[in-house]
Ligand binder design. Structure first.
Ligand code: 13P
Length: 279
C-alpha cells in the first residue's frame, strides 16, 4: 500500500477502538521490522523519524526506505517527522513526501508557536499531509515527578491552540517522558481525560517506552489516539547487535537480521496491547 496520512489512520483507529502506535524508525532494518509487525498484527502504524535521525540520514533517504517498506504491507502506514524543531525541517519533510510532520515549538512562547505552526499547517494541508504539534513540556525520563508535573499541558490553552492553528493532532504532557524512566511514570489520567474530551483534535501521548501495559490499556479505553514509542526499539536493536557482535563467527548481515527480529518482537508486543479492545 502507499502511505496514508495521519488523519486517515487516526479515524480508522477511532472507528475500531484502537490506539495507533507511532514507532521510531532509524534505518532499513527497523523500517522492515515495524512494517512486518504491523502486517503480522493487522495493525495500522505511524512510522516516525526523530528530528536528529532525519538530520543524520536525510528525509529523502528515510522516505525512500519507508515508501518501499510500506508497499510490502497490507495495513495502513504513515510516515511522519517526530519533534521537528524548525519550520525549515518540517518543510523539507513535506517536500520529500512525508505523510505527516510534527512541528514542536513547545519551548517557544505561545504566539510564536501559533504563528510558526500555522505556516506548517498551511503548507502541509495543501498536500494532504497531517500536522502534529505539542503544548506543555514533555521532559526527559530522568526528571523528577515535580519537574514532570511543572510541564503539564494546560487544557484551556490547548483548546485555544488547536482552534488557532488547525493542527490535526496534539501531543500533550500528562506524566510521561522521553527515554529510560528513572522513576516509574505517574500519569495524570484526570487531565488526560479532560484533554481527550474537550480538545477538538486527537490527543497524542509521547514517551511510551517503559509505560506499563495497564496504563496503556487505560489510555486506549479513554480514547487517546496515538502513542509514541522510541527508546524500547533503540534498546532492543542495540542489545541484539551487541550480543550478535560478541558471538564469534557471526556475519554482519546475520547480526543485523537478529536485531531486526528483536525490533519486530517488541513492536508486536506493543501492538497487541494497543489493539486489545479492537471492534
Ligand atoms: P520514548 O523514546 O520514551 O519511547 O519516546 C518516544 C517519543 O515520544 C517520540 O516522540
Amino acid at each position: 500500500m502507499s502511505l496514508s496520512n495521519y488523519n486517515e489512520i487516526l479515524q480508522y483507529a477511532k472507528q475500531h477502538h484502537i490506539m495507533v502506535g507511532a514507532f521510531n524508525c532509524f534505518n532499513m532494518e527497523s523500517a522492515q521490522a515495524l512494517v512486518r509487525a504491523a502486517d503480522a498484527q493487522k495493525s495500522p502504524l505511524i512510522i516516525q523519524t526523530y528530528h536528529a535521525h532525519v538530520d543524520y540520514a536525510g528525509s529523502d533517504f528515510m522516505f525512500a526506505i519507508l515508501d518501499v517498506a510500506s508497499r510490502h504491507a497490507n495495513t495502513k502506514i504513515a510516515l511522519g517527522l517526530d519533534h521537528g524543531r524548525s519550520v525549515e525541517q518540517a518543510m523539507q519533510c513535506i517536500h520529500d513526501h512525508y505523510s505527516g510532520v510534527m512541528i514542536d515549538l513547545s519551548m517557544e512562547d505561545y504566539a510564536w508557536n501559533v504563528k510558526e505552526t500555522k505556516r506548517v499547517v498551511e503548507a502541509a494541508h495543501r498536500r494532504n499531509i497531517s500536522v502534529e504539534a505539542e503544548l506543555g513540556e514533555i521532559m526527559n525520563a530522568d526528571a523528577t515527578y515535580e519537574e514532570i508535573e511543572s510541564g503539564y499541558t494546560n487544557a484551556e490553552i490547548a483548546r485555544r491552540f488547536v482552534k488557532e492553528t488547525g493542527i490535526d493532532c496534539l501531543a500533550v504532557s500528562v506524566g510521561t517522558a522521553h527515554g529510560n524512566y528513572k522513576y516509574q511514570p505517574k500519569i495524570n489520567f484526570e487531565l488526560l481525560e479532560e484533554l481527550v474530551q474537550t480538545v477538538e483534535c486527537p490527543i497524542v501521548v509521547h514517551g511510551g517506552s517503559g509505560v506499563s501495559n495497564a496504563d496503556i490499556e487505560k489510555m486506549v479505553q479513554m480514547g487517546v489516539a496515538k502513542l509514541n514509542v522510541g527508546t524500547d526499539f533503540f534498546e532492543a536493536y542495540k542489545n541484539a547487535l551487541r550480543d550478535g557482535l560478541a558471538a564469534e563467527g557471526r556475519d554482519i548481515v546475520g547480526v543485523m537480521a537478529t536485531a531486526r527480529d528483536a525490533v519486530q518482537r517488541v513492536a508486536e508486543e506493543k501492538m497487541q496491547i494497543l489493539t486489545k479492545f479492537r471492534v
